[in-house]
Design a protein around this ligand. Sequence first.
Ligand SMILES: NC(=O)C1=CN([C@@H]2O[C@H](COP(=O)(O)OP(=O)(O)OC[C@H]3O[C@@H](n4cnc5c(N)ncnc54)[C@H](O)[C@@H]3O)[C@@H](O)[C@H]2O)[C@@H](O)CC1
Ligand SMILES: Nc1ncnc2c1ncn2[C@@H]1O[C@H](COP(=O)(O)OP(=O)(O)O)[C@@H](O)[C@H]1O
Ligand SMILES: [Mg+2]
Length: 282
Amino acid sequence: MEILTDEILKKVIQKRASASHKGTYGRVLIVGGSANFGGAAIMNALGAVQAGAGLVSVATDPSNFAALHAQLPEAMVTDYQQDFSDLMAKQEVILIGSGLGNQLDILKRVLERVQKNQILILDGSALTMLSQNPIKLPDCQLIMTPHQMEWQRIGEVPIADQSREDANWEALVNFQPEPILVLKSNHTQVYAENCVHQLSVGGPYQATGGMGDTLAGIIAGFVAQFKPLKDAVLAATYIHSAIAEELSKKAFVTLPTTISAQLPYYMKKYEALQPEDMPIKG
Ligand SMILES: NC(=O)C1=CN([C@@H]2O[C@H](COP(=O)(O)OP(=O)(O)OC[C@H]3O[C@@H](n4cnc5c(N)ncnc54)[C@H](O)[C@@H]3O)[C@@H](O)[C@H]2O)[C@@H](O)CC1
Ligand SMILES: Nc1ncnc2c1ncn2[C@@H]1O[C@H](COP(=O)(O)OP(=O)(O)O)[C@@H](O)[C@H]1O
Ligand SMILES: [Mg+2]
């Protein structure tokens, strides 16, 4: 097991080339946010846009359009009950499930159309629906971001056993293709390429609804613009809790939207650093 440090940010976050444009930094489609859980899709989108994704679209319930645009005019919207397969085909990254609720038709429609060269992130309600319905996973690069209860449901690993790495690996091989697993808890671990990486940052000041929706959005934003995939997931997972820890020095709770708002400033400190550079202060 490896402990994640800010070395991963020095490795992953790159200074942007002058000769680049929004298309260079990835297209992300978020599918989520039912009428009751619109905030989840908004927090996905805030995480992805503030992390630097070039173009972010949100397929959601139309009742969320105005609230999303009021917070984030950078995001584009479409009605998730309509056919959005043309939009899907243009994406590098698709994130589905945050606040989606029990909408099996939408999940099936998206999973059927995902292409091999796309990255699919499964969060929240998508994981819960997959645990309750026999649906084949698409042949593409998969990332799953369950919290402990969701992992118990979909991975069938009781929460009491999730501290055992062997139990989590055994469950992971049942998924084909094998996903990168971001197993969220008070000591979040990432399972990828035969290695477990554990967070050394973060704390209970993060225990607010929407914290995981924000992480899923940040992961989408990072994998859209940084390579290789595994390092981008590790860096996103690290920065989400590192910002929270930094904020917690002055704040009792660290709201998901505040973490997203800090992303561009926190990332800036790492753009020109290389893994061997001295740790930075402040
Ligand atoms: N503002 C919003 O729109 C929000 C929407 N949300 C969405 O609501 C849907 C349901 O998700 P929930 O996670 O609330 O419900 P779930 O029913 O999937 O899981 C929550 C239950 O799991 C338990 N649990 C055990 N270990 C846990 C851990 N380590 N972390 C979190 N919970 C743990 C909790 O006590 C709780 O009873 C998801 O689609 C989610 O994305 C939530 O993200 C909350 C905020
Ligand atoms: N006590 C804690 N210590 C560290 N991180 C925490 C703690 N409580 C929650 N978190 C983090 O907050 C996030 C919660 O995710 P999740 O339960 O999916 O939230 P939501 O679905 O409400 O957006 C995870 O990244 C988790 O690691
Ligand atoms: Mg969640």
